[in-house]
Design a protein around this ligand. Structure first.
Ligand code: GLN
Length: 456
C-alpha cells in the first residue's frame, strides 16, 4: 500500500469515530496527505516513513493550531515546530492532527480539557486517562498507529494503562523539550505512544537524542531501544532482576489490578527473571512533593499568558488598564484546575513560604532520587502497576482534587528522579485494561524496553 492510502485510511477512520471518541482537537487532512505524497515520491525513506502520527496539543506544530486544550490559546498557530515535530517530519511521518488533553497537561482524565473530554474507546462512559487521553484514545480506537505524548507526572503512562496501549516516558533530557508548551520544566518529558512495544521503540528512536536548543537535553548517544525491544520479544529474561517496591504494597490498588500485575510478574519469572523486594522509603512523599514542585514551576511558566502575546484577550475596550485586561483574560482563559495550580504554586514560591514548601519538596526529590539509585544497585528495573485503578467513570474524581491526584501514585516517583519508565498492557480487570509499569535507571531506556518486549 502507498503512504497516501495509509494516511487516507486513518483520516477516514477518524471521520467515522470522532463523534464518539473526541480524541482530536484538530485534524490536518491536507497536511497529512501532502506529507504522505512526499514519501510515495521517494523523497523520504526510513523505517517509519509513511506511518501517520497524532501529536498531543501541547507540542507546537508550525501553522497548525496548538492550544494545550486551553481557551487562552484558542486560535494560536505557532510560527515554528517543536524539535520532536521536526524529527517526525524528517522521518516522513504524516501528522494526522492534534490530540485532546487536560488543559496545559494538568490532570489525569482529560476531563479538564476546555474542549470537552475524550471518551475511552473501551467504555465511552469512562475516562481515557490524562493528561494525554487524546493520544491514547486515538491509538485504542485505531485512529492513529502511533502518537506523541508528554509525561510530567505520568501523562503518557497512565492514559496508556487505562486504554490498553503502550506509553513510554524517556529519560528526562533524552527527548527535547524545545517547542513544548512548558508546564513543569524540570519534569516535562515528551515521549512515544503505540499499540505495541516494538512500534513504541521505533518512534522513541526517531524523536530521542541531543538538541542544543534545550539546555537540559543530554549530549549522549541514545541507547538502542529498538534492539532491546526485539531482544525482549524473543522471550528470554535470564538473569534480569525485577525490583518490587515494598512501600507500594497496600497502597489501595484495586484487587483486579493487583491480580493482573501479579499474573504478569509470574509470566516474567517463567522467562528467567528474578524478583527482589526493595525498599524505597521516600516514595510515600512523592505525591505531595510533586504537587508542590509541578504547580510552582507552572505558576512561573504560565505567567507568559497575559493576553498580550498569544491567543485570547478579554475586556480590551480601551477603558481598562493593562492589569485589568490581563486579569480578565486569565479569568476567562484558564480553567479551574489551572487556576488551582497557579494559586498553589504562587503560594509555595512566595517569600516566607519558599523554604517550608518548595525548598522542602526539592529535598524530598533528592531523597527519592537516592532511593532509586540504591534500588538500582540491587536490581535492573523496578516494576509496579502503572495505576492503582482502571479507567473510572466521568465525574467520579473531579469533585475532589486529591482523588484525581491519586491516579499518579505509581508514576510520579520516576518523574522526580528523571529516569525512564514504560507502561505495557497486562490483562484486564472487570473488562478494562490494566497497565504494567517498568522503571529503569537514567539513560538505560533500553533496559525497560527489553522487559516490556518480554511481557508482550
Ligand atoms: N496528573 C498529573 C498532573 O496533573 C500529570 C501531569 C502530566 O504528566 N502532564 O499534574
Amino acid at each position: 500500500v502507498s503512504a497516501v492510502e495509509v494516511a487516507t485510511a486513518h483520516l477516514d477512520r477518524i471521520e467515522a469515530v470522532e463523534s464518539r471518541v473526541n480524541a482530536f482537537l484538530h485534524v490536518d487532512r491536507e497536511g497529512a496527505l501532502a506529507a504522505a505524497a512526499r514519501v510515495d515520491s521517494g523523497e523520504i525513506t526510513g523505517p517509519l516513513a509513511g506511518v501517520p502520527i497524532a501529536v498531543k496539543d501541547v507540542v507546537t506544530t508550525k501553522g497548525i493550531p496548538t492550544t494545550a486544550a486551553s481557551k487562552i490559546l484558542e486560535g494560536w498557530k505557532p510560527p515554528y515546530d517543536a524539535t520532536i515535530v521536526e524529527r517526525l517530519k524528517a522521518a516522513g511521518m504524516p501528522i494526522l492532527g492534534k490530540t485532546n488533553m487536560d488543559e496545559f497537561a494538568m490532570g489525569s482524565s482529560t476531563e479538564y480539557s476546555a474542549y470537552g473530554p475524550t471518551n475511552n474507546p473501551w467504555d465511552l462512559g469512562r475516562i481515557p486517562g490524562g493528561s494525554g487521553g487524546g493520544s491514547a484514545a486515538a491509538l485504542a480506537a485505531y485512529e492513529a498507529p502511533l502518537a506523541i505524548g508528554t509525561d510530567t507526572g505520568g501523562s503518557i503512562r497512565q492514559p496508556g494503562a487505562v486504554t490498553g496501549t503502550v506509553g513510554a516516558k524517556p529519560t528526562y533530557g533524552g527527548t527535547s523539550r524545545y517547542g513544548l508548551i512548558a508546564f513543569s520544566s524540570s519534569l516535562d518529558t515528551p515521549g512515544p505512544c503505540g499499540r505495541t512495544v516494538e512500534d513504541t521503540a521505533l518512534l522513541h528512536a526517531v524523536i530521542a537524542g541531543h538538541d542544543p536548543r534545550d539546555s537540559t537535553s543530554i549530549a549522549q548517544p541514545v541507547p538502542d531501544v529498538v534492539a532491546a525491544a526485539r531482544q525482549g520479544l524473543r522471550g528470554d529474561l535470564t538473569g534480569v532482576k525485577l525490583g518490587i517496591v515494598k512501600e507500594f504494597a497496600g497502597d489501595g490498588s484495586e484487587p483486579g489490578v493487583l491480580a493482573a500485575f501479579q499474573e504478569s510478574l509470574e509470566a516474567l519469572v517463567k522467562l528467567g527473571a528474578e524478583i527482589v523486594e526493595v525498599s524505597c522509603p521516600h516514595f510515600q512523599y512523592a505525591l505531595p512533593a510533586y504537587y508542590l514542585i509541578a504547580p510552582s514551576e507552572a505558576s512561573s511558566n504560565l505567567a507568559r499568558f497575559d493576553g498580550v502575546r498569544y491567543g485570547l484577550r478579554s475586556g480590551d475596550d480601551g477603558s481598562r488598564s493593562l492589569e485589568e485586561v490581563m486579569s480578565l483574560t486569565r479569568e476567562a482563559g484558564f480553567g479551574p484546575e489551572v487556576k488551582r495550580r497557579i494559586i498553589i504554586g504562587t503560594y509555595a514560591l512566595s517569600s516566607g513560604y519558599y523554604d517550608a514548601y518548595y525548598g522542602q519538596a526539592q529535598k524530598v526529590r533528592t531523597l527519592i532520587t537516592r532511593d532509586f539509585q540504591a534500588a538500582f544497585e540491587k536490581v535492573d528495573v523496578l516494576v509496579s502497576p502503572t495505576t492503582p485503578f482502571v479507567a473510572f467513570p466521568f465525574g467520579s474524581r473531579t469533585g475532589d482534587p486529591y482523588q484525581m491526584y491519586l491516579a499518579d501514585l505509581f508514576t510520579i516517583p520516576t518523574n522526580l528522579y528523571g529516569g525512564p519508565a514504560i507502561s505495557v498492557p497486562c490483562g484486564l480487570s472487570e473488562g478494562l485494561p490494566v497497565g504494567f509499569q517498568i522503571m529503569a535507571p537514567t539513560m538505560a531506556d533500553d533496559r525497560m524496553y527489553r522487559v516490556a518486549g518480554a511481557l508482550e
